[in-house]
Unconditional design. Structure first.
Lengths: 328, 328
């Protein structure tokens, strides 16, 4: 296959690979000519087999199961651990399971790595909590309430980072950890619960968009193609000097209210209502991307929010128009 | 037994109960007339059966094993989870095992709790990292590098707090979490590696005390009897309104160098040498005890460092004079 011998081809496992981001990453992994096989492990808690249904490649297999207990005699050259819910309403509904997926998942998957293999992990901007500085560089230690209602997600990501970087320090593990800022786009669950998907679903159904609090809390909204492009560049490079976590996101900060207004503009007659603020909703979040620009030359999150939302809107409309897909 | 019927007597499990703090707590648990049985689970990584050897009580049993995999058909009214190394040189030597003990230990032990039972956990002032405010109240979110060399301990304590408080939020778990500041006293391992035990061992052997850095980093030094008195008051009370973590420690801040000088004063001819500072050694650490004073009326860490160190010194001297005990 393009001159790559069988022994140089790689066995890759993606935990959470039928989720929103995972399935986009699977698309790109299957374009690699050095890929020997791709095993997706997913318990379908927030992922869906629909997200992989368009793929017809004999190298791909989907194993339904929890990342923290999945077993196989196979060992992998690269493991990409994305197994976790990422939306507050999902992880807050089962915090113990969220911690198990992240921390327990990392422990279990490390055991499936070939000696010298690479372990990639999607951490989160939530490790910065409600940040006291903006934008947030990777060196910022964060402001997370480890007893709060978002802590299962935030702290299990932090603890998994600790496990991986300490395994790097003590055993030389080849680690790649990204801290993803808000990501949106096609294949977000319709009931995901985060701002952009909520607004689009609401605009397409009730016509009434719910903004929690005054909506002035800001986020950096990363369109999924841009974000997964960053993952591809960081996860697949063999020679990389950077040993720490890497922010990946869009650094154009836009308020939740402005997003709602833009979605409203796509559906004449739709309107905005304000509800009580969500507990411990961060007031701002914006990646410092200086390190990412240096480590991943040429990469940028170029899709502006208007363009990204338009594309996402079209995808949601097609899903809602197809009842079977919408309820899948 | 003092009018307490069999059915009102309690089955208690202490994970890490043959360690330094755990064994002092076991002493006090066995003074409870409502105690039906006390199961100590300990893998003897940093604990020692010697610490329980003086106890001759049919209610006590020691099970050698890891907190994260220990199984029994028995269920417990109270579980006290202390299973973790607490000294940097120990937890940094096996970070994955440290995370497993704390987080995995909590998951496994929660499964051994009777419905309505109480789960007590010893967290740490390390959740505050290198604090930017002093003293540290429980509401301070901390400054921890989740990728640093101390992160296995700091982050696994934070993540375990998250698991417990989220289980409280979602399932009403009766939780007691303390954040212990530096503790010292008899039954510290001679090779523990922390300041007071190091200084005393060195004074009694080589006569040369090693101070890392300039020694101006400060700590609040809690004598073990005072600290365990605080645990007893917080862990054993049935009616308590406080639902969050509680700082337990001595709030008299003393520099490492002053501690070294005091130990020197106990052994004529001993001296101090300075070595390179330890990476990410916190510059200061002092508990805000206002909440503890309110929740635990009458409790205070009354033993001053001179008195506490004198008692610890005498215990170390007796251990070093007994070769069998010193090498146990």
């Amino acid at each position: 296959m393009h001159g790559i011998s069988r022994k140089d081809r790689r066995a890759v496992l993606v935990a959470g690979g039928s989720g929103f981001i995972g399935s986009h990453l699977a698309d790109r992994l299957l374009q690699r000519t050095d890929l020997d096989c791709l095993v997706v492990v997913d318990n379908l808690w927030t992922g869906s087999p629909q997200n992989l249904a368009h793929l017809n490649d004999p190298r791909l297999s989907l194993e339904i199961g929890d990342a923290e207990v999945f077993t196989t005699s196979q060992r992998f050259d690269e493991i990409i651990h994305l197994a976790s819910p990422a939306s507050p309403c999902w992880y807050m509904s089962d915090p113990a399971r969220t911690i198990r997926a992240n921390v327990g998942g990392a422990f279990n998957l490390l055991g499936l790595l070939k000696p010298g293999g690479r372990f990639c992990f999607s951490s989160t901007s939530e490790v910065y909590g409600d940040p006291q500085i903006s934008p947030q560089p990777e060196s910022y230690r964060g402001s997370v309430d480890c007893t709060g209602p978002r802590s299962s997600y935030d702290e299990s990501k932090r603890c998994t980072e600790a496990l991986l970087f300490e395994t790097q320090r003590t055993q030389g593990l080849d680690v790649r950890v990204v801290r993803l800022f808000n990501v949106y786009g096609p294949r977000t669950r319709i009931d995901d619960g985060r701002a952009i998907s909520n607004f689009i679903s609401q605009a397409l159904t009730t016509g009434v968009l719910t903004v929690y609090g005054d909506g002035l809390q800001s986020r950096s909204w990363g369109y999924v193609d841009d974000i997964v492009d960053g993952l591809e560049r960081f996860f697949w490079r063999d020679n990389i000097s950077h040993r720490g976590p890497l922010n990946i996101g869009n650094n154009c900060e836009v308020s939740v209210l402005d997003i709602a207004k833009f979605v409203c503009s796509l559906v004449p007659g739709s309107s905005i209502v304000h509800h009580e603020p969500v507990p411990q909703d961060p007031t701002n979040r914006c990646p410092d991307l200086r390190l990412a620009k240096r480590i991943l030359p040429g990469w940028e999150a170029a899709t502006d929010y208007q363009e990204g939302i338009r594309r996402t809107f079209e995808w949601f409309r097609s899903q809602i128009a197809t009842p079977a897909a919408a309820t899948a």
